[in-house]
Design a protein around this ligand. Structure first.
Ligand code: NAD
Ligand code: MN
Length: 828
């Protein structure tokens, strides 16, 4: 070819990265064993599976197929190692992690080559993105190991952690999982994905090189049905951390329900890429390339839905098609290639199937004119236009290089379209109007929002989903909480079964309010309490000496007292078994109405935190005005002494003050990842939270759950203590007179388990809290898998609600919120 010709065509020649070192490394070691106790062992079943190079379709390596027997061995090793690793000083763990980071850098080239060979992703990406980010994670979390004592007081490691990762970023997903786990003192059994084990095995060698204590990290390759399931079900595993598809995530939620295993799930997505008409379209085009053709579109947070403002749609599509014509596809080791191979023939078929479905559904498909290599698993970049929002390709995660484009007219429409998905992992917003972009970002239901950018990741900034994209965060400080438990919970070895009104629990309180003079309440003092005269005199008609069935409180829904749909009531008994009142028997319909009311009140989250604080203070004030009456009500329903009851009321008032204080102080942080720009990590309201209150402490239990949630902007549907519901129903007037907007707090009395089940199954409930017996916890966790809502359950353990350490604080605030990271790069 003459030089003139080259200028004419501007063709690239191949620029291959040599595979020799990687292939030699494999040849010397295969078949690979399992990594247990820092040694290589043969799989119990003596079976091996083949790993293939997706760019050539040729076999690459033989790796061990572990069985449940091997899982058992690995968990035992991890358990033994935990005994000492869990107590190793933070500085020592930091030293190991620092060494791991250094060794990753030392072996960076080999790791990048192995990753490209095994996964089919381009060497440019493994070399410049995957592997540097892996090292960055170990450096970053080495820091948290060092700082754990100061920065995570009152927390302990969880124990043995089972980690299951996908194939799309094999080593990076390993780092996201292992780094925070090690930092917090846990030990690990990790299962790489079926198709991509090699870099995890090289990582195991690094564990030997840095002489990590045996058993701290164990790596088991093999099939999901053997290794994955055995790990999920293993009784001695304390936590499962999973990244993968929503369907498998759902099955893991069900399999672990009621087991007490901590669980974090990073699942699928269908993330919007929103382009307003004032955006710089040439930058947008490069953004789209990074959003959906990065890693062949096999990215959970891929910007797979292009939402364009109508007036620029044609121009943008034309520019995109021109750009797509110039994308280069081919061997993953070619340094001049933009798009590599799809990980497996099965994944390729799935992409083809969904693309065919799109064509059948009437969308217009476009692909560049060039053809793909005939060997290996390749699929061309694909663009669908004329897509209607309800079709398969607009709703289902394709996990391939396929973009679907839709249009909107107004910002309102853009937000509605963006949120029209079961998922909520990420979003990109493109506009040169910073006011518009920053107005849109908080309104999108997604864990990460990138402004004028896409697919940015850093160890400092949390990542994770809303809705069916899962729960829990990886990265940042918030990622640490997935790998710790409150130390008091670990120490509570005795399973304190819930005993209604057992005053003894109260006596053992160590953090209850000191210095509040309870003397006035010690005797059965009648009235005379000044506060009583201020308002609500009508409630005081009740006389403890004459327990009559004088009032049946209704349900409290949408700010109104509503009769229960069933028309039935249930008796409330005193400690001698006498009927002291009745409450409505709530049913499925009542819960649905309450959820609807809670939804309608979602504007609560958008108001000023200062206003929410004021309202919490007001509730405290109105409760305080009737403290005597509330104390008597507790005595009447439970076996608490007068002093205990008075203490409970005082603690509830103090707790309201705590959350009024927190309302405008639980603020989030600004991250500074290695880029010009900042990341705003904002705790946002979770949405509608269903709550089943503990039986004990009928007032304090109720306040302890409701107050943090409404302080953070959530709206709630509460099932009060089943045995002692009157303390909650007595709050109706308190709520009504405290300016709590209608629908923010809804209360449905009745059977805790029946009502919890409805809440846990409800698609419009975002999180379900349950404080009650273990069987109930299990049912809630099972039912929650429907829309993958978050759950927070007590596993039948009793909390000392009077103790500030156990009964209030940041644990409650974290459960009330989800962190959104908004990436704001700056500079021209
Ligand atoms: P997958 O769910 O099929 O498999 C993920 C992992 O789980 C693999 O290691 C697999 O062997 C294992 N597994 C499968 N079935 C199991 C079972 N029943 N019990 C235990 N383990 C089991 O997903 P995949 O195809 O490997 O990965 C693609 C999916 O992962 C996509 O949906 C993608 O969106 C998601 N993903 C999410 C994130 C995130 O951070 N949210 C990141 C990457 C990928
Ligand atoms: Mn492979």
């Amino acid at each position: 070819m003459s030089i003139l010709n080259i200028f004419d065509t501007m063709e690239y020649g191949p620029a291959p990265e040599a595979a020799n070192a990687g292939l030699a490394w494999i040849a010397e070691r295969q078949p690979f064993g399992l990594f247990i106790n820092n040694t290589w062992v043969k799989p119990a079943g003596k079976q091996y599976i083949e790993s293939v190079n997706p760019a050539t379709g040729k076999p690459l390596a033989r790796v061990a197929a572990a069985t449940s027997e091997d899982v058992d061995r690995a968990v035992k090793a991890a358990r033994t190692a935990f005994e000492s690793w869990g107590k190793t000083p933070g500085h020592v763990r930091a030293r190991y992690m620092y060494a791991i980071a250094r060794h990753i850098q030392k072996h960076a080239r080999l790791l990048a080559v192995l990753e490209s060979l095994d996964n089919g992703k381009t060497i440019r990406e493994t070399r410049d993105i995957d592997i540097p980010l892996v090292a960055r994670h170990f450096y970053y979390y080495a820091g948290w190991a060092q700082l754990m004592e100061q920065e995570m007081p009152g927390f302990a490691p969880v124990g043995v952690v089972g980690q299951i990762i996908p194939w799309n970023f094999p080593l990076l997903m390993l780092a996201w999982k292992i780094a925070p786990a090690l930092a917090m003192g846990n030990t690990v059994v990790l299962k790489p994905a079926r198709y991509t084990s090699l870099t995890a095995l090289k990582f195991a060698e690094i564990m030997q090189e840095v002489r990590l204590p045996p058993g701290v990290i164990n790596i088991l390759t093999g099939e999901a049905s053997q290794v994955g399931e055995a790990l999920v079900r293993h009784p001695d595993v304390n936590k499962i951390a999973f990244t993968g598809s929503t369907d498998v995530g759902r099955s893991i939620r069900r399999a672990t329900a009621g087991s007490g295993k901590k669980l974090s799930l990073e699942l699928g997505g269908k993330s919007p890429f929103i382009v307003f008409d004032d955006a710089d379209l040439d930058s947008v085009v490069e953004g789209v390339v990074d959003a959906i053709w990065f890693n062949q579109g096999q990215v959970c947070c891929a910007g797979s839905r292009l939402l364009m403002q109508e007036n620029i749609a044609n121009r943008l599509i034309a520019k995109l098609r021109a750009r797509m014509e110039h994308l280069r596809i081919g061997d993953s080791l070619d340094k001049a290639v933009d798009i590599g191979a799809i990980v497996s023939p099965g994944q390729l078929k799935e992409i083809q199937r969904l693309v065919e479905a799109g064509v059948e559904e009437g969308a217009e498909m476009w692909q560049p004119s060039w053809t793909c290599p005939t060997e290996g698993n390749f699929f061309p970049p694909t663009l669908f236009t004329n897509v209607s929002p309800a079709t398969t390709i607009a709703q289902v995660e394709i996990f391939g290089p396929v973009l679907v484009a839709m249009t909107f007219r107004t910002p309102e429409e853009a937000v509605a379209l963006a949120n029209n998905t079961r998922y909520g992992l990420a979003a990109s917003v493109w506009s040169d109007n910073i006011n518009l972009a920053l107005d849109i970002a908080p309104r999108i239901k997604a864990g990460s929002v990138w402004i004028n950018s896409t697919n940015l990741f850093d160890a400092s900034s949390g990542f994770g989903g809303y809705r069916e994209s899962g729960f829990g965060r990886e990265g940042g400080k918030e990622g640490l909480y997935e790998y710790v438990r409150p130390a008091w919970e670990v120490k509570a070895t005795v399973d304190l079964h819930i005993a209604v009104g057992s005053g003894k629990g109260a006596a053992s309180s160590n953090g209850s309010i000191k210095g509040v003079n309870m003397a006035a309440h010690d005797e059965e003092v009648e009235d005379g309490h000044e506060g009583d005269k201020r308002e609500n005199g009508g409630m005081n008609a009740y006389h403890p000496a004459l327990p009559g069935i004088d009032r049946t409180p209704k349900l409290f829904i949408g700010g109104k007292q509503a009769r229960s749909d069933s028309g039935y009531s249930r008796d409330v008994l005193d400690r001698q078994g006498h009927v002291i009142g009745q409450v409505g028997e709530g049913n499925r319909k009542d819960i649905r109405n309450a959820v609807e009311a809670a939804h309608a009140a979602s504007g609560w989250a958008n108001g000023a935190a200062h206003t929410r604080a004021q309202i919490l203070y007001y509730i405290a004030e109105n409760l305080s005005a009737r403290e005597d009456e509330f104390a008597r009500r507790i005595v009447q329903q439970t076996s608490a002494s007068r002093a205990d009851a008075a203490n409970e009321v005082q603690t509830a008032i103090s707790r309201l003050f705590s959350y009024a204080a927190w309302a405008d102080k639980y603020e989030g942080v600004v991250h500074r990842p290695p880029m010009r720009g900042a990341v705003l990590a904002l705790p946002e309201a979770t949405g509608v939270i269903g709550m089943a209150c503990p039986d004990e402490y009928p007032l304090l239990g109720f306040i302890s759950l409701v107050a943090p949630a409404i302080a953070m902007g959530d709206t709630v549907v509460v099932i009060p203590s089943m045995q002692a519901p009157l303390s909650a129903t007595d709050c109706y007037q308190v709520l009504e007179t405290s300016d709590v907007p209608s629908g923010v707090v809804n209360i449905v009395t009745g059977d805790r388990d029946t009502l919890s089940q409805v809440l846990a199954e409800h698609d419009d409930v975002d999180s379900m809290w349950y404080f009650g017996p273990l069987e109930g916890c299990q049912r809630v966790e099972l039912a929650s898998a429907g829309n993958m809502k978050r759950t927070w359950v007590s596993y039948g353990h009793r909390r000392d609600w009077l103790d500030t350490l156990q009964g209030e604080g940041q644990e409650f605030l974290r459960e009330s919120t989800q962190v959104k990271n908004i990436w704001i790069p700056y500079g021209e």
